[in-house]
Design a binder for this molecule. Sequence first.
Ligand SMILES: NC(=O)c1ccc[n+]([C@@H]2O[C@H](COP(=O)([O-])OP(=O)(O)OC[C@H]3O[C@@H](n4cnc5c(N)ncnc54)[C@H](O)[C@@H]3O)[C@@H](O)[C@H]2O)c1
Length: 319
Amino acid sequence: MRFAGANVLVTGGLGFVGARVARALVAEGASVTILDNGFNGSEQAVAGVPAHVVRGSVTDADLVADLVRPADLVFHMAAQSIIASTADPREDFASNFIGTLNVLMAMKGRPPEACRMVYTSSASVYGNPRHLPVAEDDGFCVLSPYAAGKLCGEHYCQAFYEVYGVPSAIVRYSNVYGPGQTNRNPYCGVIGKFIEAAISGQPLRIHGDGEQTRDFTFVDDAVEATLLAALTPSAIGDVFNAGTGTECSINTLARLVLEAAGSASPIEYVAKRDIDNIPRRAVSIEKARRRLRWAPRVRLREGIGRTVAWYRQMADTHP
Ligand SMILES: NC(=O)c1ccc[n+]([C@@H]2O[C@H](COP(=O)([O-])OP(=O)(O)OC[C@H]3O[C@@H](n4cnc5c(N)ncnc54)[C@H](O)[C@@H]3O)[C@@H](O)[C@H]2O)c1
C-alpha cells in the first residue's frame, strides 16, 4: 500500500496507460481523481474502479487549479497521441503544452512539500538518435509536432523546478503496449492493431519494409516506472527512460503476434505514413535501474501472449 491515504490527480486517466496508473494507485490505497476530456479515453477503462472522474480539459486553467489544490500527487498524462497531433498540431499544442503549463501553474501555487508531479514524456524526443540504446542525456532530435510538444512540456517541468521549486519527475515511455490498448481507439499502437488483425483473420499491415525497430514496453512495467518516479525523492528534477533497452523490428513483431495468436493472417506491406520517419529505437534503462530501482519484468513474447489473451476475452465479452 505504497500510496495509502494519498490524494492523487491523474490527468488523462481514462486513457490506455493513465487508466492502468489510476487502477494501480487505487489498489495501493490512494484516493484518485481523474481529469480527462474523453478525446481518446472512456470510463470503460476504469470500470469498477472507485475513482472520481471529472470530464473536462487540461486546457481549462481554473478547473486544473481546482483539482490540483487538494492533491498530494499529480500524474500528468493527458495528451494527444502522435497521430492526432500530426493531424492537428494546434490542438496538440493546446492539450500537450498549454495543458502542461496549466498543471505547472497550479502546482506553483502549492508549497513544494505538499504536492509532487510526474510528467509522462516520450522516447519520440530522441528522434533518430546517434547511439542505441539512447540514454537520457544523449540529446534530442525533434521530428514531429508531438515530440516538440512533449519536449516543451519536459523543459517547462524542469524550468518550474529550477525557478519556483515545483517538484516534478519525468518518465519517457517507449512504445507502450498491453491489455487495455484497444483497437476500438483509432490511435491504438501497432501491437494492438496486429493482434486485432491476427485474431480476426485480416492482413497485418506494415508501413514500409518492416525493418524499422522499436523498443516495446509492457504496460505494467511502464506503470511501475511511473509510480516509482513518484515515490523516489531523488527523482525530482530528473528524467528517466522506461523501455527495455532492446530493439524489435516490425517484421519480427508481426511474426511474434501471428505465433501468439495461432493465426495464418497474411502480412501486407503498405506505404509509409508521415509519422514513419524514425528507423530505429531502443532506450537505455540503466538510469532507471540505478536510481528508481526499476527493471522491466515482462519480455515481449510474454507480453504479446498476455495481450492476445486480453483481446480474446474482450471479443468474448464485448463481441
Ligand atoms: N502509449 C505509448 O506508447 C506512449 C509512448 C510515449 C509517451 N506516452 C505518453 O503517455 C501518456 C499516456 O499515453 P496513452 O498511451 O495512455 O494515451 P491515450 O491517448 O490512451 O491517453 C491520453 C488520455 O488523455 C486524454 N486527453 C487528451 N487531451 C486531453 C485534454 N485536453 N484534457 C484532458 N484529457 C485529455 C485522452 O482522452 C486520453 O484518455 C501520454 O502523455 C503520452 O504522450 C505514451
